[in-house]
Ligand binder design. Structure first.
Ligand code: ASC
Length: 152
């Protein structure tokens, strides 16, 4: 790896450590933050889905870039589900998030692992077939959590 890309990665890692520690002045801010992160996550994930499902022309560079955004965004929402952030702004979050915290955490971790270990390598492989293989199981991780923890 070139020294410049190493430096870029180090700076990126430092920048990512900041959102992980972000504090919120009021519940409304936490809700806005997680909704924004999930919107970014869903937007880029949906474009991977469009390519995987043949609704959009496959482009290897676009897929790789989308997967990188998905990987970062997948790590952001969780710390914004802190205690007391069940209300303060319109939210689809169900009370089970706070009542069944361990299960919610496990679902989030499973999704992040699927993204990092399967989706990102597939999207960077340059192979549409690999993207197709990784996309479905990742979408299932999204859905599993939404079914139990997001209001219809
Ligand atoms: C998406 C998106 C989701 C998931 C989910 C998978 O593209 O925005 O929330 O996939 O629909 O079932």
């Amino acid at each position: 790896m070139k020294a410049t890309s190493r430096l870029t990665l180090a700076l990126l890692a430092a920048a990512l450590a900041v959102p992980a520690m972000a504090q919120f002045a009021k519940p409304e801010d936490a809700i806005k933050y997680r909704q924004s992160a999930l919107t970014v996550l869903g937007t880029h994930f949906a474009r991977l889905g469009a390519m995987a499902n043949g609704k959009m022309a496959y482009d290897a560079a676009t897929a790789a870039a989308d997967a990188e955004v998905v990987a970062v965004a997948s790590r952001l929402p969780w710390h914004a589900f802190g205690p007391g952030t069940d209300k303060g702004r319109e939210t689809a979050a169900r009370p089970e998030i706070w009542q069944e915290g361990a299960k919610f955490k496990e679902r989030g971790e499973a999704m992040m692992a699927q993204v990092a270990d399967k989706l990102v390598p597939a999207a960077k492989s340059g192979s549409l077939d690999e993207l197709k293989t990784a996309f479905g199981p990742t979408a299932k991780r999204c859905k599993a959590c939404h079914d139990d923890f997001r209001r219809k």
